[in-house]
Design a protein. Structure first.
Length: 510
């Protein structure tokens, strides 16, 4: 186990880097920050030249790969790091210097136990992208298919293991302070980060996520997920179909190539809603660098390391919350928060509905094109403290992705009507999932399952109350008061009774 002094030394080094970029200013000024944490922040920036505008993204990039991924996690927590920091951290795009090709070749060959030439007819030594965990090379297979080969950086597993160990230690110390720190559940934040990282450090799991997403998106044929080459994929190497398109970040090039940016924006929003609301399994890193336009106004996604999953009950609640905010039904939105357990029952539903109205009504007064899903969700975070709402990690990841998707869509089409695109889809899904037909179907399925369990129920009853055997029933015995004998006398009484029964039995047999 790593010593506490080692954790403290690492935290001081990282804190110093954050301080030099002004990234600790918000923590120092927040009245809810524990006093001990504020003192550490002041020590970390002692003697440093702090910029006027905090540079959160640059600070995490300077610390290293594990910090970049942690920063992406914290981008989902405006309640923890503040809205300005959360929005700035959304810029983290994993751009790092590439690893020398000799190390990449060695990584691939040791992973497959074969020379590189036995796997690919051609392999470009210069990567097309280098991120915090892996880098990607273009290659051609033996049968002439163009593929993208993603290779884990050598040593990245150990780097992340050390960093996460210290993150967990620091989160435990922070949560031990109690109060606001406990409500924000920093240990759960790090646990969520740890699970994301575990998935990203095993490229077979990323391939499986891409395969599952492709099956779920068959209903949206204009959203393309590259096929996985499983024969050239291991835990450290992922080979997938090459995507030849234009990044959605290059709006001018898209227009010059004849793409309809309004159609692309609408398809992106609808594809995300299909994933998150309908299927409950969504690509949680849909920034512009991971999205490409293909001929026919189709969209292709890459990089499936971070995926979100929401069960059906939570999706129903989410859809009702979004639709209630769109339509102004704040009472129903408040009731859902209490039904879901997001707000503790000691609070008042009507008071919470009023707080929601304060968030929703300013949006409803704006022109439709100026309404923002992200701004509305940020407003919801602002009232969580007043109503003792604990963190819901699955919804935070969804919130981050919604803000990201909205940002990409509005950059493609500044005049996009987010409600016109999302409203009909959510309304139809609610009708399908909560309408009378859905209620009747659910009831029939539940009742049939109950009927199917009746034979097992009968067998369990028979096992608990078996039929009488060959021995005759025991005669009724007279009730006799049991005298409680304490200490050693209990054992004396038992011994005497046992001896008497033994003697009686001997005489009877004689």
């Amino acid at each position: 186990m790593t010593a506490s002094v080692t954790h403290l030394w690492r935290l001081l080094k990282w804190g110093r880097t954050l301080a030099r970029h002004g990234a600790l200013r918000g923590i120092e000024r927040d009245p809810n920050t524990p006093a001990a944490v504020r003192r550490l922040a002041r020590v970390a920036r002692f003697g440093a030249r702090v910029p006027k505008v905090p540079q959160y993204t640059e600070a995490f990039q300077a610390i290293g790969p594990a910090a970049i991924k942690l920063g992406q996690t914290l981008a989902t927590r405006p309640d923890l790091v503040g809205e300005d920091a959360a929005h700035d951290l959304l810029r983290l795009q994993d751009s790092l210097p590439p690893v020398p090709f000799d190390e990449i070749r060695s990584r691939i060959e040791s992973s497959f136990g074969r020379p590189l030439e036995g796997l690919f007819a051609d392999f470009e030594e210069v990567p097309i992208g280098a991120a915090s965990i892996a880098q990607v090379h273009r290659a051609i297979t033996d049968d002439g298919r163009r593929v993208a080969v993603k290779v884990l950086r050598p040593g990245v597993e150990d780097n992340f293991a050390r960093a996460i160990d210290t993150y967990e230690w620091a989160a435990a110390q922070l949560e031990g302070i109690g109060g606001e720190a406990m409500r924000l559940r920093p240990r759960l934040v790090i646990e969520t980060f740890k699970r994301w990282t575990a998935r990203e450090l095993d490229l077979r799991r990323e391939g499986a996520s891409a395969s599952e997403l492709a099956e779920g998106m068959e209903a949206e044929p204009d959203f393309v997920v590259p096929a996985i080459d499983w024969q050239r994929t291991t835990g450290k190497v992922l080979t997938l179909e090459w995507v030849d398109g234009i990044k959605l970040s290059d709006r001018a090039r898209l227009i010059a190539a004849g793409y309809d940016v309004s159609v692309l924006a609408s398809k992106l929003v609808r594809a995300f809603l299909r994933q998150a609301i309908s299927d409950g399994f969504f690509h949680a890193d849909m920034h512009q660098g991971n999205l490409f336009a293909l001929p026919g106004n189709r969209i292709a996604a890459i990089d499936f390391g971070i995926m979100g999953r929401i069960d059906r009950r939570a999706r129903v609640w989410l859809a009702e919350i979004l639709y209630g905010l769109i339509t102004g039904d704040y009472k129903r939105v408040a009731e859902i928060h209490f039904e879901a357990g997001y707000v503790p029952p000691h609070h008042n539903v009507a008071e919470f509905a009023t707080a929601l109205r304060a968030v929703g009504e300013p949006m409803r007064g704006l022109p439709v094109k100026d309404m923002s899903v992200g701004a509305m969700l940020d407003g919801l975070f602002a009232i969580t403290r007043d109503f003792d709402m604990q963190t819901q990690p699955h919804l935070l990841l969804l919130q981050k992705t919604m803000v990201m998707v909205e940002g990409v869509a509005t950059r493609l089409d500044p005049d996009i009507n987010m409600w016109d695109v999302s409203g009909p889809f959510i309304r139809e899904w609610i009708r399908t999932e909560l309408g009378p037909e859905a209620w009747a179907a659910d009831r029939i399925i539940t009742d049939l399952k109950t009927i199917a369990r009746i034979p097992d129920l009968i067998r369990n009853i028979e096992a608990r109350y078996p039929a009488p055997g060959g021995a005759p029933p025991a005669p009724p015995l007279r009730e006799i008061e049991v005298v409680r004998v304490g200490g050693g006398w209990r054992y004396v009484a038992v011994a005497v009774l046992s001896a008497a029964l033994a003697i009686a039995g001997t005489l009877w047999l004689a």
